[in-house]
Design a protein around this ligand. Structure first.
Ligand code: CA
Length: 226
């Protein structure tokens, strides 16, 4: 059966790489921060680990590059350094098509929610401002709301809980392989949007119902999904 949004009541959006074109900044900040600590991290590493917590990423790359995991203290220093570099970069623009998708989703009667692994307070405040009229804080799940981040299903399960919706009546929009994995593990139909440099196969391997090349493409094909 072809994928349809007809039976959906809620749409859950990831934030970085879906609502904001912020991944190039994250990529720069990660590579620079890790290099400053003597650990090599490529842009592909950043995109393949997108969605998981900073701690998880740092430990994994450290193990691969140095043969041992970073200590908790080192993890904290690297992550703080990364956040500082990220803050110093120009503010990421809204993803083209994001507001249009929000408008169409609202007009279709879907409840709009955001599920992000981010714990950057400034970004969360910015979302509430940029998408005013579409989203409220109680329908947002951030890293403050769950213990285990993506690729565990926990953030999306929490999203279903706060949205009072069951998995079969929800749909997720994600750009990262680990984000798709988390949503699929929560039992939710997922639309992958390939807004970064990864090959489509990296996203398709995680089992989305649909793969689109951009958020604008989702806006453009919205009516055909009903
Ligand atoms: Ca993302």
């Amino acid at each position: 059966m072809t994928f349809t949004l007809k039976n959906k009541n809620a749409i859950l959006f990831d934030m970085d790489g879906v609502l904001y074109d912020s991944m190039p900044n994250h990529s720069k900040a990660w590579s620079q921060a890790m290099t400053d600590f003597g650990i090599r991290m490529t842009p592909e590493d950043v995109y393949m680990n997108e969605g998981s917590t900073g701690s998880f990423t740092i430990k994994k790359i450290s193990l691969r590059e140095r043969g041992y995991e970073a200590t908790e203290e080192e993890v904290e220093r690297i992550y703080r350094h990364k956040a500082e570099i990220f803050q110093s970069l120009p503010v990421a623009r809204l993803m083209p098509g994001a507001l249009e998708v929000f408008r169409k989703a609202k007009a279709s009667g879907l409840q709009i929610q955001i599920v992000t692994g981010s714990g950057q307070k400034t970004l969360i405040d910015r979302v509430l401002h940029d998408f005013d009229g579409f989203i409220t804080r109680d329908l947002m799940v951030t890293s403050f709301d769950v213990k285990r981040g993506k690729p565990y299903p926990d953030p999306y399960l929490k999203g279903l809980e706060v949205g009072r919706v069951d998995a079969e009546h929800a749909v997720v929009v994600e750009n990262a392989p680990l984000g798709v994995r988390a949503a699929v593990a929560a039992g939710i139909d997922t639309i992958a949007v390939n807004t970064g440099p990864l090959d489509d196969s990296a996203l398709m391997a995680e089992g989305p119902k649909l793969l689109l090349p951009s958020v604008q493409a989702l806006a453009d094909s919205w009516e055909s999904l009903f």
